[in-house]
Write a protein that binds this ligand. Structure first.
Ligand code: PRP
Length: 199
């Protein structure tokens, strides 16, 4: 699903720093509706399988917990953490494992849950990492796909929204750890320096 419709509304909320502004790209209501569709699609592909969700910290936390509750049936989950970005809005492209999985995924139907697919370098690393652990099925669901930024030849099996090349925050996504708690997916802009650098 594409986000051809870009909301113009600027949002204010406690915690918004001076010189920074956000405008809604995808409202929490649209996220919720799309999430139900994604859950139906995933469950439709694996109607009677226990699903093991793997959340990639930290951005995927809200997406995973909301999706898990929509999926129905037997669901378990685990988290791992990788680092691919430094502070700010630039990607270094470097992927490092920071926290490993707690339980084995061998023989399980695994759904990797990512908040955003950007260059694809993180997902490429993760897919290789998970495939070595011999899951029964390995699928990827991403909430947001910034297709224009892709470097690695990877794609998700299930995609919430294709988004433009803008720096987005909210619904788990951050800028220097801030704005994750915004309910909507928003475009971050810096008033003083003009538009935020895209990443
Ligand atoms: C984001 C996102 C993905 C990765 C995607 O994580 O959650 O893991 O970047 O980017 P890529 O496709 O260019 O590799 P980030 O490093 O910002 O960490 P966070 O989830 O803790 O915010």
């Amino acid at each position: 699903m594409s986000t051809s419709r870009t909301a113009r509304k600027s949002k204010t909320f406690p915690g918004l720093r001076s010189g920074e502004s956000v405008r809604v790209l995808i409202s929490s209501a649209r996220v919720k509706t799309r999430l139900k569709q994604l859950a139906r699609e995933i469950r439709g592909d694996f109607p009677s399988e226990p699903l093991h969700l793997i959340g990639v910290l930290k951005g995927s936390v809200f997406f995973l917990t909301d999706l898990a509750r929509e999926l129905g049936g037997e669901v378990s989950f685990d988290f791992l953490s990788v680092s691919s970005y430094g502070h700010g809005t630039d990607s270094t492209g470097e992927v490092k494992l920071i926290k490993d999985l707690d339980v084995s995924i061998e023989g399980k139907t695994v759904i990797v849950v990512e908040d955003i697919l950007d260059t694809g370098l993180t997902l490429k690393y993760l897919l290789r990492f998970f495939e070595e652990k011999k899951p029964k099925h390995l699928r990827v669901v991403v909430l947001l796909d910034k297709v224009a930024r892709r470097i690695a030849d990877v794609q998700a099996h299930y995609t919430g929204f294709v988004i433009p090349n803008e720096f987005v925050v909210g619904y788990g996504l951050d800028f220097d750890e801030r704005y994750r708690n915004l309910p909507d997916v928003c475009i971050l802009q810096f008033a003083a320096r003009g538009k935020a650098k895209t990443a």
